[in-house]
Write a protein that binds this ligand. Structure first.
Ligand code: R2B
Ligand code: URA
Length: 381
């Protein structure tokens, strides 16, 4: 009996010990659990705070430590410019090849969104001191020139994306407007890119980092492309708009299989075979910036679109022989669609009939116009 009692005491002791051990494990686990829940909550709070401020993501964490951050090619720095004050309201970043075209677009968009400038003043080139790019701001629209090719546009994009970040901009949309060579479409047709592909027809932008190839997807926002296309009015506009694949070349001549460059080591037949092969793969147009533009904007979580007018049909030739006045009419077409899109976003309930009256291509005072802004009473910026 006493042996039995001793045995059950031992058993009870062991049970108590095991229960205590279990309690310790459970306590430790609930502490870990509580810590994880706290971390999750803090993480979500931080995310909300980020979203309250800036929506630009995935940037270099070291930017925070740059004091000041010098945006060398824009001629701006965070010491001398109050970014949230100057750029905090930016909702649209519109880009195009030349400073002149972007200045004209800025005046055009100003008129289209109903902003006015004091007649005694003109828009200032905010990037003038950088001496590389032109940049003009009209209310929520920032207009910048990007030069030619991916290296040029990517320098600008690094600095513009940092501008949006420093300014804590919320959901800015980036749009590139430009010219392109069409494949099987008539000159004057506007192509909105569904995606940007490389000369190897891959939807990636390759950069060489530390001597190694790094590939970044070159996606564009399908919804934005459709929204811009929906701003086309086939009854009123004297041009077609299509959505298509865009091939981005790193050169205007050999990279686009032209026969009229200083050098050419292929035959006219090889050129035609190549262009027809591109067309068979769904390529509608060829230009020189979409890859870097698409890759850098998508890395930063920015919705973006490329809207280009074809200035020739590459299946019919290489040289651009279209007269200048016709070419400058072509330039206005992407600008017309983009300005309408901006207006539609800013004033969603606007009467669409009234809206379309002001926008006939020839009469609309489009982006190619170098006319001064209309007389006005109030300052826009
Ligand atoms: C279109 O036109 C330019 C070359 O003439 C280039 O910037 C491009 O993408
Ligand atoms: N821009 C290009 O890059 N290619 C063309 O053919 C026309 C404009």
């Amino acid at each position: 009996m006493s042996r039995n009692k001793g045995g059950s005491d031992k058993c009870a002791c062991r049970l108590v010990k095991e229960v205590n051990q279990l309690k310790t494990v459970v306590n430790a686990q609930s502490k870990v659990l509580a810590k994880l829940v706290r971390q999750m909550k803090e993480g979500c709070k931080k995310k909300d705070e980020d979203e309250d401020g800036c929506t630009i993501c995935g940037l270099n964490p070291c930017i925070k430590c740059l004091n000041p951050d010098v945006l060398y090619h824009l001629g701006l720095n965070t010491d001398t410019t109050d970014f949230p004050k100057v750029f905090g309201d930016v909702k649209f970043v519109c880009m195009g090849g030349t400073p002149g075209r972007m200045e004209a677009f800025a005046y055009y968009v100003m008129q289209e969104i109903g902003l006015k400038l004091n007649p005694a003043t003109k828009l200032t080139d905010m990037a003038e001191s950088g001496k590389r790019y032109g940049m003009f701001k009209v209310g929520p629209v920032l207009c910048a020139s990007h030069g030619m090719g991916c290296p040029s546009i990517s320098i600008l994009l690094h600095e513009l994306i940092k501008t949006m970040y420093h300014a804590k901009c919320k959901d800015p949309v980036f749009i590139r407007m430009g010219t392109c060579g069409g494949l099987g479409i008539s000159p004057g047709t506007v192509v909105i890119s569904s995606e940007a592909v490389s000369a190897k027809l891959e939807p990636v932008h390759e950069i060489i980092v530390h001597g190694n190839s790094v590939l970044h997807p070159s996606q564009l926002d399908e919804g934005l492309a459709n929204e811009i296309k929906s701003c086309h009015d086939p009854c009123q506009d004297k041009f077609d708009v299509v959505i298509g694949r865009t091939m981005c070349a790193h050169d205007f001549y050999e990279g686009q299989s032209r026969l009229d460059g200083a050098f050419c080591e292929y035959t006219p037949d090889a050129k035609m075979a190549y262009l027809e092969q591109l067309q068979a793969q769904g390529v509608t147009n060829i230009e020189m910036e979409s890859l870097a533009f698409a890759a850098l904007t998508s890395r930063a979580n920015i919705r973006s679109a490329v809207v280009c007018v074809a200035i020739l049909n590459r299946l019919e030739g290489d040289q651009i022989t279209t007269p200048h006045d016709i070419l400058s009419g072509f330039d206005k077409r992407p600008a017309t669609l983009v300005a309408r899109y901006i207006r539609k976003v800013l004033y969603p309930v606007e009467d669409s009939d009234e809206a379309s009256e002001a926008e006939s291509e020839e009469g609309g005072g489009g982006a190619g116009d170098s006319k001064p802004p209309p007389p006005a009473e109030e300052e826009a910026e």
